[in-house]
Design a protein around this ligand. Structure first.
Ligand code: G4P
Length: 192
């Protein structure tokens, strides 16, 4: 997505060879018109997939998931990060460990908001090692709902997330695919 790649080039900061900071338009301050365009791009790609709900992982996935859900005309569900086990039979839960942040949390979804009739599109801001996305898949499968695909705003293609998801037969649609990062350098997949 050219608009997004241009924004990453001008306002993104490659902190090192692994981390891209996008605090000024995605992770801390949010650019609403960019988020609307992102949501519309996801919706256009997945519009014929029979999606009944858009799911995201709190917190930075919420903005793009909301604009996508709004464009598709379906509800958005937020998969919550709980710090510890809450024993409750009405909740689906799974533990996710982030290699990027070195932390674990319990991804949680109330059974009230998902059923076996749902066909779910997962949206998230970053795809790195794919642990968060894989946790989201596990949770949606626990609810016996089906998965339409995964939409990612920024994929770090030099990390194994995409392969991990594709090997499970999941469609991954990423709006910006980063081939290489280094201090002062951001290279996209479609560039030579
Ligand atoms: P993982 O496979 O190592 O778990 O990586 P994952 O993609 O799940 O990312 C873990 C967290 O680190 C996510 O945030 C993700 O957005 C963030 N992250 C990964 N790589 C980058 C990067 O290059 N730049 C930035 N800015 N963030 C990155 P989170 O913990 O879910 O936080 P949030 O959604 O509340 O912001």
């Amino acid at each position: 997505m050219k608009l997004l790649e241009d924004k990453i080039r001008t306002d993104g900061v490659a902190v090192n060879e692994n981390i891209l900071k996008v605090d000024s338009f995605i992770n801390h301050q949010v650019d609403p018109s960019l988020m609307l365009a992102i949501g519309e791009e996801f919706a256009a790609h997945f519009k014929n997939h029979g999606i009944t709900k858009v799911a995201t992982i709190e917190s930075s996935g919420i903005a793009p998931a909301l604009t996508c859900a709004m464009t598709l005309g379906v509800p958005m569900i937020i998969l919550k990060k709980q710090p510890s086990k809450t024993l409750n039979s009405d909740l689906y839960q799974t533990i996710v460990t982030s290699y990027t942040k070195g932390t674990s949390y319990e991804l949680t979804l109330s059974s009230k908001y998902i059923s076996s009739d749902d066909h779910v599109l997962i949206i998230d801001d970053f795809l790195a090692n794919g642990e968060a996305a894989t946790g989201a898949l596990r949770l949606i499968r626990k609810a016996h709902a089906t998965i339409a695909g995964i939409g990612i705003v920024i994929e770090k293609s030099f990390q194994p997330g995409r392969e991990k998801l594709i090997s499970q037969g999941i469609e991954v649609f990423s709006l910006a695919r980063i081939k290489k990062l280094d201090v002062g350098t951001i290279e996209f997949m479609d560039e030579e």
